[in-house]
Ligand binder design. Sequence first.
Ligand code: FAD
Length: 433
Amino acid sequence: MSASNPAAALPQSLWAATAAPPIPHTELVHDDSADVCVVGGGFTGLSTALHAAQAGAQVVLLEAAEPGWGASGRNGGQVIPGLKWDPDALECRLGSERGSRLVEFVGSAPDLVFALIDRHRIACSARRDGWIHAVHGPAALAAEESRVRQWRTRGADIEMLDRDAVAAALGTRDYLAGALDRRGGWLQPLDYARGLARAAREAGASIHGGSPATDIRPVGDGWRVRTDRAAVSARQVFICTNAYTGGLWPRLSRSLVPLVSYQAATEPLSETLRSQILPKGQVASDTRRLVRYFCMDPEGRLVMGGRGRFRATATREAYRHVESSLRRIFPEAAGAKLGFCWSGRVALTLDSLPHLHELESGLWFAGGYNGRGVALATAMGRALAALAGGARAEELPLPPSPVRPIPFHRLRRPAIELAVAWKRTLDAWETPR
Ligand SMILES: Cc1cc2nc3c(=O)[nH]c(=O)nc-3n(C[C@H](O)[C@H](O)[C@H](O)COP(=O)(O)OP(=O)(O)OC[C@H]3O[C@@H](n4cnc5c(N)ncnc54)[C@H](O)[C@@H]3O)c2cc1C
């Protein structure tokens, strides 16, 4: 299967402006062979490469642009445990044995992130002060209380905050309540991606930037992955391209719905505002259908994000909904100048679960984190590395599933535009004035 090259320049994000420089990542210019070839240098691919190399495999990673170029270097940095699915519902859907394995996997994913940061001394301003799931309206309150009960019975360090407590933690009275989940936290995402790339290289993996895989086909008992300039032969290949999946394996991109998430960061706020907004260093996302999420960076910039229209456009118009969220939720900071606006793609799945596919023998794909991939993609990479090391698919936390292209996928743009407008309307109806 063949694909065209994605664009290469890093977006002008706050993270690109403040991150430490990347490790040198040369293009693949000579043919190479390895046990494992990883396509895509985001958290999934980098974690796969790191863990597989640590387990003794020869690993070559091909990234079209540079490690962290995709969602991994652009996201909100929120380290979030769990899925959109509640633990009870997961166990009901997958059966108690498989379901509880997946619950354990997603609940403990932040532990892996913070352990990797410690072990590999990744300087990414990481803090583990908790993640707040802020409740936007009465309809979401009962569901949040139930979610907290379910996690607490499984031993998670999570508690409900009432209206006053959530207002004090967030610095806004815009929310009815919230759940403070102490398993979560924050990191500078591009620094984390670059740190994983360095750790993977130190473990022995070859990391190539500027090397988009353009073609992948079976050769002997393995695979040959071509770039414009050379090729890698490997027994096993892991495609980790998530929402940036192009035509490399066409059915794949048709099984995901890419949605654009936009972020804007203010200039550093005054000391007074910094002592009021997220004073304890926590980060937050809310229960709206079109999630709004916010954090404070180490220099006191308020970063606000939200999902929007299908296309990533550079116009001011595209960021208007993020600016209006900022004004509504934090009116005191509404006058602050915006220093950076940027966007990236999240991959949604129709069942809101991450997907793991064995496309052919020895050729795997994992992705579809539905906007919660900082912890999950890192943990998924470790699971992919276990596969590379000989683990059986049944032993994995997530059962592999067949690729299911979404019917009428080519109509996704108008369909997403409609869905976004409809969800925005429902969110507005549910939010008390
Ligand atoms: C704006 C935004 C905010 C977000 N906020 C959060 C958050 O706060 N918390 C959270 O948990 N999640 C968040 N997410 C989601 C999270 O960032 C993603 O789920 C996660 O980064 C996915 O990692 P990945 O490695 O699978 O994919 P990516 O990081 O997207 O990496 C895919 C890589 O594949 C490369 N690629 C594509 N095609 C090829 C090819 N043919 N050959 C070689 N390389 C190729 C791309 O260049 C890209 O670098 C956010 C996402 C966005 C966009």
